[in-house]
Ligand binder design. Structure first.
Ligand SMILES: [Zn+2]
Length: 129
């Protein structure tokens, strides 16, 4: 499952629109009923409308009625070259906390090794109403 998700994240990264940073990111989000939604980062010249790959995947899935998620794979690097682990930013971690339990799995790779963490590890004591 991890390899398939990472592979889908690599494929999604090909669609990255990142002319400003050159940092290309792809994500593949797995629902609890085994559907996969992908996303890439989409930058904007005004910067604040920029959306991360992870949120793109989440918003695609939620907009199609999905609410139950199991895992997400994230890959990213300058020019699309993966040389280090790519972790979700704080905003994306908060979006994950909106829809996922603490045991939601976050998978990333440096192209040599695959690491996985739980959401609770990456965002302890998250904000919830
Ligand atoms: Zn983000």
């Amino acid at each position: 499952m991890k390899i398939e998700l990472v592979t889908k994240a690599y494929e999604a990264m090909k669609h990255s629109y990142s002319p400003y940073s050159g940092f290309r990111v792809g994500a593949a989000l797995l629902t609890k009923d085994s559907k996969i939604y992908t996303g890439c980062n989409i930058e904007n010249s005004a910067f604040s409308p920029t959306c991360c790959a992870e949120r793109t995947a989440f918003f695609k899935a939620v907009s199609e009625g999905e609410k139950d998620f199991k895992a997400i794979a994230i890959v990213g690097g300058k020019g699309g070259e993966i040389t280090d682990f790519c972790y979700p930013c704080g905003v994306c971690r908060q979006v994950m906390a909106e829809f996922c339990d603490g045991d939601f799995e976050i998978i990333t790779t440096d192209a040599k090794e695959i690491k996985s963490h739980t959401l609770k590890e990456l965002l302890p004591e998250s904000f919830k109403i």
